[in-house]
Design a protein around this ligand. Structure first.
Ligand SMILES: Cc1ncc(COP(=O)(O)O)c(C=O)c1O
Length: 490
Protein backbone atom coordinates (compact mmCIF):
# COMPACT_ATOMS: atom_id res chain seq x y z
CA UNK A 1 0.00 0.00 0.00
CA UNK A 2 1.06 3.62 -0.58
CA UNK A 3 1.30 5.45 2.74
CA UNK A 4 1.32 9.09 1.56
CA UNK A 5 2.34 10.57 4.91
CA UNK A 6 3.05 14.35 5.15
CA UNK A 7 6.57 13.41 6.25
CA UNK A 8 8.27 16.72 5.29
CA UNK A 9 5.82 18.76 7.38
CA UNK A 10 6.49 16.61 10.40
CA UNK A 11 10.23 16.71 9.75
CA UNK A 12 10.14 20.49 9.84
CA UNK A 13 8.41 20.33 13.18
CA UNK A 14 10.37 17.53 14.85
CA UNK A 15 13.80 17.81 13.17
CA UNK A 16 14.70 14.13 13.60
CA UNK A 17 13.62 11.70 10.89
CA UNK A 18 12.55 8.88 13.19
CA UNK A 19 10.44 11.32 15.24
CA UNK A 20 8.84 12.76 12.09
CA UNK A 21 7.91 9.26 10.90
CA UNK A 22 6.60 8.28 14.31
CA UNK A 23 4.37 11.36 14.58
CA UNK A 24 3.18 11.12 10.97
CA UNK A 25 2.14 7.47 11.35
CA UNK A 26 0.58 8.08 14.77
CA UNK A 27 -1.48 10.99 13.43
CA UNK A 28 -2.60 8.86 10.45
CA UNK A 29 -3.74 6.12 12.86
CA UNK A 30 -5.61 8.62 15.03
CA UNK A 31 -7.36 10.20 12.09
CA UNK A 32 -8.42 6.83 10.71
CA UNK A 33 -6.33 7.23 7.58
CA UNK A 34 -4.59 4.05 8.65
CA UNK A 35 -7.45 1.85 9.96
CA UNK A 36 -6.83 -0.89 12.49
CA UNK A 37 -5.42 -4.06 11.02
CA UNK A 38 -3.66 -2.20 8.19
CA UNK A 39 -0.39 -3.82 7.26
CA UNK A 40 2.43 -1.26 7.31
CA UNK A 41 5.35 -1.41 4.89
CA UNK A 42 8.47 -3.30 5.96
CA UNK A 43 11.17 -1.03 7.45
CA UNK A 44 13.32 -1.35 4.32
CA UNK A 45 10.46 -0.15 2.13
CA UNK A 46 9.44 2.60 4.56
CA UNK A 47 13.04 3.82 4.67
CA UNK A 48 13.20 3.94 0.88
CA UNK A 49 9.83 5.69 0.55
CA UNK A 50 10.84 8.59 2.79
CA UNK A 51 14.59 8.69 2.15
CA UNK A 52 15.53 7.79 5.75
CA UNK A 53 17.88 5.15 7.10
CA UNK A 54 16.50 1.74 7.95
CA UNK A 55 17.51 2.40 11.55
CA UNK A 56 15.24 5.50 11.67
CA UNK A 57 12.33 3.56 10.18
CA UNK A 58 12.82 0.74 12.70
CA UNK A 59 13.10 3.22 15.57
CA UNK A 60 9.77 4.86 14.64
CA UNK A 61 8.08 1.42 14.56
CA UNK A 62 9.66 0.52 17.92
CA UNK A 63 8.20 3.68 19.47
CA UNK A 64 4.76 3.02 17.98
CA UNK A 65 4.92 -0.55 19.19
CA UNK A 66 5.96 0.46 22.71
CA UNK A 67 2.90 2.72 22.87
CA UNK A 68 0.57 0.06 21.49
CA UNK A 69 -0.22 1.77 18.17
CA UNK A 70 1.18 -1.07 16.09
CA UNK A 71 1.86 -4.74 16.63
CA UNK A 72 4.41 -6.97 15.05
CA UNK A 73 3.32 -10.39 13.84
CA UNK A 74 6.45 -12.51 13.49
CA UNK A 75 7.02 -13.65 9.96
CA UNK A 76 4.12 -11.54 8.68
CA UNK A 77 4.89 -7.85 9.32
CA UNK A 78 3.81 -4.78 11.28
CA UNK A 79 0.09 -3.96 11.62
CA UNK A 80 -1.98 -1.11 13.06
CA UNK A 81 -3.23 -2.40 16.42
CA UNK A 82 -6.89 -3.08 17.15
CA UNK A 83 -9.02 -0.90 19.42
CA UNK A 84 -7.30 2.48 19.07
CA UNK A 85 -9.63 5.39 19.70
CA UNK A 86 -9.96 7.41 16.51
CA UNK A 87 -10.18 11.15 16.47
CA UNK A 88 -10.83 12.95 13.22
CA UNK A 89 -8.93 15.91 14.65
CA UNK A 90 -5.18 15.63 14.97
CA UNK A 91 -4.24 14.69 18.56
CA UNK A 92 -4.27 17.73 20.85
CA UNK A 93 -0.50 17.59 21.26
CA UNK A 94 -0.13 18.11 17.52
CA UNK A 95 -2.38 21.12 17.04
CA UNK A 96 -0.25 24.24 16.54
CA UNK A 97 -0.82 26.92 19.16
CA UNK A 98 -0.95 30.57 18.16
CA UNK A 99 2.25 32.02 19.53
CA UNK A 100 3.56 35.56 19.98
CA UNK A 101 6.34 36.79 17.71
CA UNK A 102 8.80 35.80 20.44
CA UNK A 103 7.21 32.33 20.73
CA UNK A 104 7.47 31.89 16.98
CA UNK A 105 11.12 32.96 17.02
CA UNK A 106 11.72 30.50 19.82
CA UNK A 107 10.18 27.64 17.87
CA UNK A 108 11.95 28.52 14.66
CA UNK A 109 15.32 28.19 16.44
CA UNK A 110 14.74 24.89 18.10
CA UNK A 111 17.38 23.29 15.92
CA UNK A 112 20.10 25.18 17.82
CA UNK A 113 18.50 23.98 21.03
CA UNK A 114 18.68 20.36 19.88
CA UNK A 115 22.40 20.82 19.28
CA UNK A 116 22.88 22.58 22.58
CA UNK A 117 20.90 19.94 24.48
CA UNK A 118 22.68 17.07 22.84
CA UNK A 119 26.04 18.47 23.94
CA UNK A 120 24.87 19.44 27.43
CA UNK A 121 22.65 16.54 28.34
CA UNK A 122 24.59 13.89 26.42
CA UNK A 123 21.43 12.71 24.74
CA UNK A 124 23.41 10.38 22.59
CA UNK A 125 24.45 7.63 24.97
CA UNK A 126 27.44 5.60 23.78
CA UNK A 127 26.81 1.90 23.20
CA UNK A 128 28.21 -0.37 25.94
CA UNK A 129 31.99 -0.98 25.76
CA UNK A 130 32.48 2.20 23.77
CA UNK A 131 35.13 4.62 24.97
CA UNK A 132 33.55 8.01 24.55
CA UNK A 133 35.60 11.19 24.35
CA UNK A 134 32.32 12.97 23.48
CA UNK A 135 31.56 13.94 27.05
CA UNK A 136 33.58 16.50 29.05
CA UNK A 137 32.66 16.45 32.70
CA UNK A 138 33.81 15.47 36.12
CA UNK A 139 33.21 11.78 36.80
CA UNK A 140 30.99 11.06 39.77
CA UNK A 141 33.82 9.33 41.68
CA UNK A 142 35.86 12.54 41.69
CA UNK A 143 33.17 14.65 43.30
CA UNK A 144 34.03 15.60 46.92
CA UNK A 145 30.92 14.08 48.47
CA UNK A 146 32.01 14.03 52.09
CA UNK A 147 32.80 17.71 52.24
CA UNK A 148 29.79 18.68 50.14
CA UNK A 149 27.46 16.62 52.31
CA UNK A 150 28.75 18.28 55.43
CA UNK A 151 28.33 21.75 53.83
CA UNK A 152 24.74 20.82 52.90
CA UNK A 153 24.02 19.57 56.37
CA UNK A 154 25.45 22.76 57.88
CA UNK A 155 23.31 24.90 55.55
CA UNK A 156 20.18 22.96 56.48
CA UNK A 157 20.93 23.20 60.22
CA UNK A 158 23.09 25.62 62.15
CA UNK A 159 23.92 27.71 59.09
CA UNK A 160 20.34 27.95 57.83
CA UNK A 161 19.22 31.26 59.34
CA UNK A 162 16.80 33.06 57.03
CA UNK A 163 16.00 30.06 54.83
CA UNK A 164 12.31 30.30 55.79
CA UNK A 165 11.97 33.84 54.45
CA UNK A 166 13.96 33.16 51.26
CA UNK A 167 16.72 35.03 49.45
CA UNK A 168 16.21 38.12 47.26
CA UNK A 169 16.33 37.68 43.45
CA UNK A 170 20.04 38.53 43.35
CA UNK A 171 20.79 35.44 45.46
CA UNK A 172 21.95 34.55 48.96
CA UNK A 173 24.33 37.18 50.32
CA UNK A 174 26.62 34.56 51.85
CA UNK A 175 27.23 32.97 48.49
CA UNK A 176 27.76 36.36 46.85
CA UNK A 177 30.36 37.18 49.51
CA UNK A 178 32.04 33.80 49.11
CA UNK A 179 32.24 34.20 45.31
CA UNK A 180 33.66 37.73 45.70
CA UNK A 181 36.38 36.38 48.02
CA UNK A 182 37.16 33.46 45.71
CA UNK A 183 37.42 35.69 42.62
CA UNK A 184 39.57 38.25 44.41
CA UNK A 185 41.96 35.58 45.61
CA UNK A 186 42.16 33.27 42.58
CA UNK A 187 41.48 35.60 39.64
CA UNK A 188 42.45 39.05 40.90
CA UNK A 189 38.97 40.45 40.24
CA UNK A 190 38.14 43.19 42.76
CA UNK A 191 34.54 42.01 43.05
CA UNK A 192 32.06 43.64 45.42
CA UNK A 193 29.33 41.19 46.62
CA UNK A 194 26.75 43.92 45.94
CA UNK A 195 27.65 43.72 42.24
CA UNK A 196 27.29 39.95 42.04
CA UNK A 197 24.01 38.34 40.99
CA UNK A 198 23.36 34.60 41.23
CA UNK A 199 21.52 32.87 38.38
CA UNK A 200 20.05 29.45 37.75
CA UNK A 201 23.08 28.52 35.64
CA UNK A 202 25.11 31.12 33.77
CA UNK A 203 22.82 30.63 30.76
CA UNK A 204 19.99 32.36 32.59
CA UNK A 205 22.29 35.32 33.26
CA UNK A 206 23.39 35.48 29.63
CA UNK A 207 19.82 35.47 28.33
CA UNK A 208 18.67 38.16 30.77
CA UNK A 209 21.65 40.29 29.75
CA UNK A 210 20.70 39.91 26.09
CA UNK A 211 17.12 40.87 26.91
CA UNK A 212 18.33 43.97 28.74
CA UNK A 213 20.99 45.11 26.31
CA UNK A 214 19.80 44.07 22.85
CA UNK A 215 17.12 45.78 20.75
CA UNK A 216 15.54 44.07 17.70
CA UNK A 217 18.04 44.06 14.86
CA UNK A 218 21.05 45.04 17.03
CA UNK A 219 24.30 43.45 16.00
CA UNK A 220 25.94 41.38 18.76
CA UNK A 221 29.43 40.01 18.27
CA UNK A 222 30.14 36.39 19.21
CA UNK A 223 33.00 34.00 18.59
CA UNK A 224 33.05 31.58 15.67
CA UNK A 225 33.42 28.77 16.64
CA UNK A 226 31.46 29.46 19.79
CA UNK A 227 28.76 28.18 22.09
CA UNK A 228 25.39 27.50 20.39
CA UNK A 229 23.49 28.70 23.48
CA UNK A 230 24.92 32.18 22.98
CA UNK A 231 23.88 32.31 19.33
CA UNK A 232 20.40 31.22 20.26
CA UNK A 233 20.14 33.61 23.21
CA UNK A 234 21.05 36.58 21.00
CA UNK A 235 18.71 35.51 18.20
CA UNK A 236 15.75 34.99 20.50
CA UNK A 237 16.23 38.37 22.12
CA UNK A 238 15.71 39.79 18.62
CA UNK A 239 19.39 40.55 18.09
CA UNK A 240 21.51 39.78 15.12
CA UNK A 241 24.49 37.59 16.12
CA UNK A 242 27.61 38.33 14.11
CA UNK A 243 29.94 35.33 14.38
CA UNK A 244 33.52 36.62 14.28
CA UNK A 245 36.56 34.52 13.50
CA UNK A 246 38.74 32.90 16.13
CA UNK A 247 42.33 31.83 15.40
CA UNK A 248 44.89 29.93 17.50
CA UNK A 249 45.08 32.93 19.86
CA UNK A 250 41.32 33.38 20.26
CA UNK A 251 38.96 36.06 18.96
CA UNK A 252 40.52 38.41 16.38
CA UNK A 253 39.75 41.98 17.48
CA UNK A 254 38.06 44.27 14.97
CA UNK A 255 36.36 47.64 15.03
CA UNK A 256 32.87 46.12 15.00
CA UNK A 257 29.85 48.38 14.66
CA UNK A 258 28.11 46.97 17.69
CA UNK A 259 27.29 47.68 21.31
CA UNK A 260 27.81 44.19 22.73
CA UNK A 261 30.43 41.47 22.45
CA UNK A 262 30.46 37.99 24.03
CA UNK A 263 33.91 36.45 24.38
CA UNK A 264 35.64 33.65 26.33
CA UNK A 265 39.18 35.08 26.73
CA UNK A 266 40.64 32.83 29.43
CA UNK A 267 39.77 29.67 27.56
CA UNK A 268 38.04 30.10 24.25
CA UNK A 269 35.05 27.81 23.91
CA UNK A 270 35.54 25.34 22.27
CA UNK A 271 39.14 25.74 20.98
CA UNK A 272 40.76 26.42 24.38
CA UNK A 273 42.80 29.37 23.00
CA UNK A 274 44.00 31.95 25.53
CA UNK A 275 43.55 35.53 24.37
CA UNK A 276 46.89 37.38 24.56
CA UNK A 277 47.14 40.57 26.57
CA UNK A 278 47.38 42.82 23.46
CA UNK A 279 44.09 41.42 22.18
CA UNK A 280 42.47 41.85 25.60
CA UNK A 281 43.54 45.47 25.61
CA UNK A 282 42.30 45.89 22.04
CA UNK A 283 38.85 44.58 23.06
CA UNK A 284 38.72 46.96 26.02
CA UNK A 285 39.74 49.88 23.78
CA UNK A 286 37.03 48.90 21.33
CA UNK A 287 34.44 48.83 24.15
CA UNK A 288 35.59 52.26 25.34
CA UNK A 289 35.44 53.73 21.84
CA UNK A 290 32.02 52.27 21.05
CA UNK A 291 30.62 52.71 24.57
CA UNK A 292 29.91 49.00 24.35
CA UNK A 293 29.64 46.20 26.90
CA UNK A 294 31.71 43.01 26.83
CA UNK A 295 30.32 39.82 28.34
CA UNK A 296 33.29 37.71 29.50
CA UNK A 297 32.06 34.11 29.52
CA UNK A 298 34.42 32.32 31.90
CA UNK A 299 32.64 28.98 31.59
CA UNK A 300 35.50 26.56 31.27
CA UNK A 301 38.73 27.93 32.75
CA UNK A 302 38.88 27.10 36.45
CA UNK A 303 40.87 23.87 36.00
CA UNK A 304 44.17 25.39 34.83
CA UNK A 305 47.26 23.22 35.21
CA UNK A 306 49.69 24.96 32.90
CA UNK A 307 50.64 28.31 31.44
CA UNK A 308 50.65 31.67 33.18
CA UNK A 309 47.72 32.66 35.40
CA UNK A 310 45.34 34.50 33.14
CA UNK A 311 44.18 37.99 33.94
CA UNK A 312 40.46 38.13 33.28
CA UNK A 313 39.23 41.05 31.17
CA UNK A 314 37.22 42.06 34.22
CA UNK A 315 40.44 42.61 36.14
CA UNK A 316 41.69 45.04 33.48
CA UNK A 317 38.35 46.81 33.19
CA UNK A 318 38.62 50.24 34.78
CA UNK A 319 35.63 51.72 32.95
CA UNK A 320 32.83 49.38 33.98
CA UNK A 321 32.46 47.87 30.49
CA UNK A 322 32.96 44.16 31.34
CA UNK A 323 30.36 41.73 32.71
CA UNK A 324 32.11 38.64 34.07
CA UNK A 325 29.92 35.52 33.88
CA UNK A 326 30.94 32.34 35.73
CA UNK A 327 29.40 28.96 36.45
CA UNK A 328 29.72 26.04 38.86
CA UNK A 329 28.40 23.60 36.26
CA UNK A 330 31.83 22.19 35.37
CA UNK A 331 33.57 22.47 38.71
CA UNK A 332 30.66 21.02 40.74
CA UNK A 333 27.90 19.44 38.63
CA UNK A 334 25.64 20.71 35.84
CA UNK A 335 22.41 19.98 37.73
CA UNK A 336 23.41 22.31 40.56
CA UNK A 337 22.32 25.19 38.28
CA UNK A 338 24.34 27.89 39.97
CA UNK A 339 25.98 30.56 37.84
CA UNK A 340 26.71 34.20 38.54
CA UNK A 341 27.71 37.53 37.02
CA UNK A 342 29.99 40.25 38.33
CA UNK A 343 28.40 43.38 36.93
CA UNK A 344 29.45 46.94 36.34
CA UNK A 345 27.60 49.02 38.99
CA UNK A 346 25.53 50.72 36.26
CA UNK A 347 23.84 47.40 35.35
CA UNK A 348 23.15 45.93 38.77
CA UNK A 349 19.69 47.35 39.35
CA UNK A 350 18.39 46.50 35.88
CA UNK A 351 19.57 42.91 36.04
CA UNK A 352 18.04 42.43 39.48
CA UNK A 353 14.72 43.71 38.09
CA UNK A 354 14.98 41.30 35.17
CA UNK A 355 15.82 38.41 37.48
CA UNK A 356 12.96 39.34 39.82
CA UNK A 357 10.49 39.08 36.96
CA UNK A 358 11.20 35.35 36.61
CA UNK A 359 12.34 34.56 40.15
CA UNK A 360 11.26 37.09 42.78
CA UNK A 361 12.74 34.72 45.36
CA UNK A 362 16.10 33.21 44.45
CA UNK A 363 15.75 29.42 44.02
CA UNK A 364 17.83 26.69 45.71
CA UNK A 365 18.93 28.85 48.63
CA UNK A 366 19.94 25.76 50.59
CA UNK A 367 22.44 24.78 47.89
CA UNK A 368 23.61 28.38 47.63
CA UNK A 369 24.34 28.42 51.38
CA UNK A 370 26.08 25.06 51.19
CA UNK A 371 28.22 26.27 48.31
CA UNK A 372 29.14 29.40 50.28
CA UNK A 373 30.22 27.22 53.20
CA UNK A 374 32.14 24.89 50.90
CA UNK A 375 34.03 27.84 49.37
CA UNK A 376 34.70 29.70 52.62
CA UNK A 377 35.90 26.58 54.46
CA UNK A 378 38.44 25.93 51.67
CA UNK A 379 36.78 22.73 50.38
CA UNK A 380 36.14 24.23 46.94
CA UNK A 381 39.75 25.40 46.55
CA UNK A 382 41.09 21.97 47.60
CA UNK A 383 38.70 20.27 45.18
CA UNK A 384 39.82 22.53 42.31
CA UNK A 385 43.49 21.85 43.05
CA UNK A 386 42.94 18.09 43.24
CA UNK A 387 40.94 17.98 40.01
CA UNK A 388 43.41 20.25 38.27
CA UNK A 389 46.27 17.81 38.98
CA UNK A 390 44.17 14.85 37.89
CA UNK A 391 42.95 16.46 34.67
CA UNK A 392 46.42 17.77 33.88
CA UNK A 393 47.67 14.15 33.96
CA UNK A 394 44.76 12.90 31.88
CA UNK A 395 45.29 15.63 29.31
CA UNK A 396 49.02 14.80 29.12
CA UNK A 397 48.21 11.12 28.57
CA UNK A 398 45.83 11.97 25.76
CA UNK A 399 48.27 14.41 24.18
CA UNK A 400 51.18 11.97 24.20
CA UNK A 401 49.07 9.07 22.92
CA UNK A 402 47.61 11.19 20.11
CA UNK A 403 51.09 12.47 19.25
CA UNK A 404 52.42 8.94 19.04
CA UNK A 405 49.50 7.34 17.23
CA UNK A 406 47.28 9.88 15.53
CA UNK A 407 49.46 12.88 14.67
CA UNK A 408 48.74 12.36 10.95
CA UNK A 409 45.01 12.55 11.67
CA UNK A 410 44.52 15.32 14.22
CA UNK A 411 46.32 18.49 15.24
CA UNK A 412 45.56 19.07 18.91
CA UNK A 413 45.25 22.68 20.01
CA UNK A 414 47.62 23.25 22.90
CA UNK A 415 45.66 23.01 26.13
CA UNK A 416 46.53 24.03 29.65
CA UNK A 417 43.07 24.07 31.21
CA UNK A 418 39.56 22.69 30.89
CA UNK A 419 38.04 19.28 30.41
CA UNK A 420 38.34 18.77 26.66
CA UNK A 421 40.81 19.44 23.88
CA UNK A 422 39.98 20.73 20.40
CA UNK A 423 41.61 19.11 17.38
CA UNK A 424 41.70 19.92 13.66
CA UNK A 425 41.29 17.00 11.28
CA UNK A 426 44.30 16.81 8.97
CA UNK A 427 42.91 14.68 6.12
CA UNK A 428 40.04 15.33 3.72
CA UNK A 429 36.43 16.09 4.80
CA UNK A 430 35.26 12.90 3.03
CA UNK A 431 37.77 10.87 5.03
CA UNK A 432 36.57 12.56 8.22
CA UNK A 433 32.98 11.41 7.64
CA UNK A 434 34.15 7.86 6.95
CA UNK A 435 36.50 7.99 9.92
CA UNK A 436 33.70 8.85 12.36
CA UNK A 437 31.90 5.66 11.28
CA UNK A 438 35.08 3.59 11.39
CA UNK A 439 35.78 4.86 14.91
CA UNK A 440 32.28 3.96 16.08
CA UNK A 441 32.74 0.48 14.68
CA UNK A 442 35.99 0.19 16.67
CA UNK A 443 34.16 1.32 19.82
CA UNK A 444 35.44 4.86 20.23
CA UNK A 445 33.57 8.16 19.95
CA UNK A 446 34.44 11.85 20.00
CA UNK A 447 32.43 15.01 19.48
CA UNK A 448 32.21 16.50 16.02
CA UNK A 449 33.06 20.18 16.51
CA UNK A 450 31.03 21.37 13.50
CA UNK A 451 28.13 22.10 15.91
CA UNK A 452 30.13 25.06 17.23
CA UNK A 453 30.88 26.57 13.82
CA UNK A 454 28.55 29.16 12.29
CA UNK A 455 30.69 29.37 9.16
CA UNK A 456 31.38 25.85 7.92
CA UNK A 457 35.09 25.18 7.88
CA UNK A 458 37.47 22.22 7.76
CA UNK A 459 36.43 19.35 10.07
CA UNK A 460 37.43 19.41 13.73
CA UNK A 461 36.66 17.37 16.82
CA UNK A 462 36.55 17.76 20.59
CA UNK A 463 38.04 15.13 22.87
CA UNK A 464 36.79 15.20 26.45
CA UNK A 465 39.26 13.47 28.78
CA UNK A 466 38.30 14.43 32.35
CA UNK A 467 35.92 11.49 32.88
CA UNK A 468 38.29 8.79 31.59
CA UNK A 469 41.12 7.16 33.51
CA UNK A 470 44.59 6.75 32.04
CA UNK A 471 43.95 3.16 30.85
CA UNK A 472 40.76 4.16 29.00
CA UNK A 473 42.38 7.20 27.41
CA UNK A 474 45.24 5.04 26.14
CA UNK A 475 42.88 2.33 24.88
CA UNK A 476 40.64 4.97 23.26
CA UNK A 477 43.57 6.38 21.28
CA UNK A 478 44.63 2.84 20.28
CA UNK A 479 41.15 2.36 18.86
CA UNK A 480 41.42 5.64 16.97
CA UNK A 481 44.62 4.43 15.33
CA UNK A 482 43.02 1.03 14.58
CA UNK A 483 39.95 2.69 13.05
CA UNK A 484 42.22 4.55 10.63
CA UNK A 485 44.02 1.31 9.75
CA UNK A 486 40.64 -0.35 9.11
CA UNK A 487 39.82 2.45 6.66
CA UNK A 488 43.09 2.02 4.80
CA UNK A 489 42.41 -1.69 4.35
CA UNK A 490 38.86 -1.33 3.03
C1 LIG B 1 30.66 28.31 26.73
C2 LIG B 1 29.47 28.12 27.61
N1 LIG B 1 28.97 29.18 28.25
C3 LIG B 1 27.89 29.07 29.07
C4 LIG B 1 27.28 27.86 29.27
C5 LIG B 1 26.08 27.79 30.19
O1 LIG B 1 26.38 27.03 31.34
P1 LIG B 1 25.47 26.87 32.62
O2 LIG B 1 24.13 27.46 32.31
O3 LIG B 1 25.42 25.41 32.89
O4 LIG B 1 26.15 27.62 33.73
C6 LIG B 1 27.77 26.71 28.61
C7 LIG B 1 27.11 25.39 28.81
O5 LIG B 1 27.47 24.37 28.26
C8 LIG B 1 28.90 26.85 27.77
O6 LIG B 1 29.41 25.77 27.12
Amino acid sequence: MELGLPFETYLEQYQYKYLALYHAIRAAIHSGKLPEGTRLPATRKLAKLYGVSRGSAAQSYDMLMAEGYVVSRPGSGTYVAEGIIRTDQPPIAEQSPILSAWGQRLMSHREEYQEQASTMLLLEQPPPDTISFASARMPIEDFPYTEWRSALSYAGGRGGAGLQSGAPPEGDIELRRAIAGHLRFTRGIPADPEHIVIFSGSMQGLVLLFQLLVDPGDQVIMEDPGYQGIYRGIKLSGGNPLPSPVDDAGLIPHDWEAGLLVVSPSRQYPTGAVLPLERRRALLNWARKRQAFIIEDDYDSEFRWGGKPIEPLKMLDDEGRVIFVGSFSKTMFTGLRIGYAVLPPSLVEAIIQAKALYEPISPAQLEQRALARFIVRGGYGRHLRRMTRLYGNRYETLRQAMDAQASDLFRLHPGDAGLHVYANWLCSPEEYAAFQDAARRRGVMFRDASVYHRTPGPPAACFGFSHLDIAHITEGVNRIAEAWQDMQKS
